[in-house]
Design a binder for this molecule. Sequence first.
Ligand code: NAG
Ligand code: NAG
Length: 350
Amino acid sequence: MEHILVSTFPQKVSSALVAVVPTIIDLCVFLFLPFSPDCEKRCGALDIMFVIDSSESIGYTNFTLEKNFVVNVVSRLGSIAKDPKSQTGARVGVVQYSHEGTFEAIKLDDERIDSLSSFKEAVKRLEWIAGGTWTPSALQFAYNKLIKESRREKAQVFAVVITDGRYDPRDDDKNLGALCGRDVVVNTIGIGDMFDQPEQSETLVSIACNEPQRVQKMRLFSDLVAEEFIDKMEDVLCPDPQVVCPELPCQTDDRNPGSINPLIFRPMEEGVNINFPSTIHSIAQFLNSTRESRDPNMYTQLVATLAFTAEKAKFATGNERQEWMDLFIDTFKMVHSEIVGDPESVLGLC
Ligand SMILES: *[C@@H]1O[C@H](CO)[C@@H](O)[C@H](O)[C@H]1NC(C)=O
Ligand SMILES: *[C@@H]1O[C@H](CO)[C@@H](O)[C@H](O)[C@H]1NC(C)=O
């Protein structure tokens, strides 16, 4: 593919950025076949371990909500790496815990789990244990038996722990920090009425390795599956996603017919570190002010915004998708008017 866009801007675009500037063809794909089901989201190498409460006190319905939460979050993280030894992609494990020594787990390196659907099936099969609550032991088990040996060398490891903050006093509270200092990012979700009791809040912070910003509190188990919360978890676990699409029919370059030539939109390539607005509102403002100022130095940032809005549009739903799409088209027009004057004629090229 030629980089038609950048050819007239050699002095403005750093060589690292050239690699990520979408071509006109890429943009056509986004504009006219924007939500192709063949496109795939990739989060980089991630090992994620969910640690969920399966004690009697939470009840069957709440246990089911926890399982739905796990499946909903994992569905947002792109495809699961087929091969547990793969250097890329997500691998996901689950441990559910109850009284002493009762753990049931889906292992990170389970070869049978090679897709989202096999993962969902495995989660469905987890049965509510309904015993006591031995949270510290469960965390120790999660590290020693599920993470230590099976984590992949290059993967970022996350743990997501769900608890109501109470645990059996016979358990060893030293193990609340079992995941800490081991290069695991621990997110703790505390559910229930525990917040009136300071010692239970302390428990949550200990699990989250004394990083209070990694503690989420909610009153109801049903809040776990709220769209808003799933969005938040998606951002936490996959902050810098890539979107990869197979080549699509709008492609005019048929020198390699039939070959899969993935398009990758990624605003933050190595060596390019642009701090750009990232909310719908701030991007709209940025576009407005750039439109007025016509500052050529903004070109690089516009290109980054172009890639960013394309990615957001791809994975948003409903109204929000439309808003990102509109921003994307506005950005597209501005980038192109910089180069060829008339944005409508560029759209005509598609
Ligand atoms: C489920 O959790 C809610 C809080 O979200 C709690 O009020 C309810 O009692 C729990 N259900 C059972 C059966 O314990
Ligand atoms: C940008 O400009 C448009 C048109 O002038 C206006 O309707 C919109 O409110 C502005 N948006 C922001 C965020 O300033």
